[in-house]
Design a protein around this ligand. Structure first.
Ligand code: NDP
Length: 247
């Protein structure tokens, strides 16, 4: 598998799963741009690692909820590299609480960051991908978007929304050879899951047939497959990377 000649953008590429996707793409021969919200230093280090792997790298401080910024970022990539072939919508947050205690801001922040962002970047990517006569978009959802989870109604709604959006997008853009797929991770070790208590983590492991947490690289390998030409006949699909959790 390789991503030679592919110009890629990963939102939320400064840490966690997004960083792992960016570095996996670079190792497979791609040029990789990342966005981030606050972690400038971490983002610059990711760019250095992309360049060390032999690819071109770019980092943009760009709040994923900002509609106009998405177009600016993608236009700049096309200006510098000539095309955008792969978009990974990965940026996401959690603001967990039971519905009875959840305030409006926690609902709005999660829906806009996790779901509106996917519309912003997918829409902005459509024109350059149509000009290039093809492209691959991979949206990072979650098993919680398939099964639901107490205490995560906002997050589950955003992640289920991603699946509906992706299937609609895939149907609209298939005739232009633009594919769109979803990767739905289970419990993956990153800063996002560091906040969970030991008790919750043990319960998650017990619910996971493979009996362990996943590594970020196990998600990025699947994303790389969907970005590559090896998956050229796959669109509108949801692939769980969850150790069997939502089986
Ligand atoms: P992390 O919290 O480790 O990293 C989140 C990344 O998203 C960071 O790069 C962060 O940038 C960026 N980000 C957050 N908010 C914004 C924003 N408003 N604009 C731009 N970038 C933003 O999360 P994970 O790596 O764990 O998660 C990545 C994706 O995978 C998310 O969509 C998450 O929902 C999903 N996922 C994760 C699972 C897990 O178990 N970890 C399970 C299922 C799905 P900065 O560094 O600047 O804050």
């Amino acid at each position: 598998m390789n991503l030679h000649q592919k110009n890629c953008l990963v939102t939320g590429g400064s840490r966690g799963i997004g960083k792992s996707i960016a570095l996996t793409f670079a190792r497979l021969g791609a040029n990789v741009a990342i966005t981030y919200a606050r972690s400038s230093e971490a983002a610059e280090k990711v760019v250095e690692e992309i360049q060390a792997a032999g690819g071109k790298g770019l980092a943009f401080q760009a709040d994923a909820v900002d509609f106009n910024k998405a177009e600016e970022v993608i236009n700049e990539i096309v200006k510098q590299w000539g095309a955008l072939d792969v978009l990974v919508n990965n940026a996401g947050i959690t603001r967990d609480n039971l519905i009875l205690r959840m305030d409006e801001k926690a609902w709005d922040d999660v829906i806009t960051t996790n779901l509106k962002s996917i519309f912003n970047y997918s829409k902005a990517a459509t024109k350059p991908m149509m000009r290039a006569r093809g492209g691959s978009i991979i949206n990072i959802s979650s098993v919680v978007g398939i099964s639901g989870n107490a205490g995560q109604s906002n997050y589950a709604a955003s992640k289920a929304g991603i699946i509906g959006f992706t299937k609609s997008f895939a149907k609209e853009l298939a005739s232009r050879n633009i594919r769109a797929n979803v990767v739905a991770p289970g419990y993956i070790l990153t800063e996002m899951t560091e906040q969970l208590s030991e008790k919750v983590l043990d319960a998650i492991k017990q619910e996971t047939p493979l009996g362990r947490a996943g590594e970020a690289d196990e998600v990025s390998n699947t994303v790389a497959f969907l970005a590559s030409d090896l998956s050229s006949y796959i669109t509108g699909e949801v692939i769980r990377v969850d150790g069997g959790m939502a089986m």
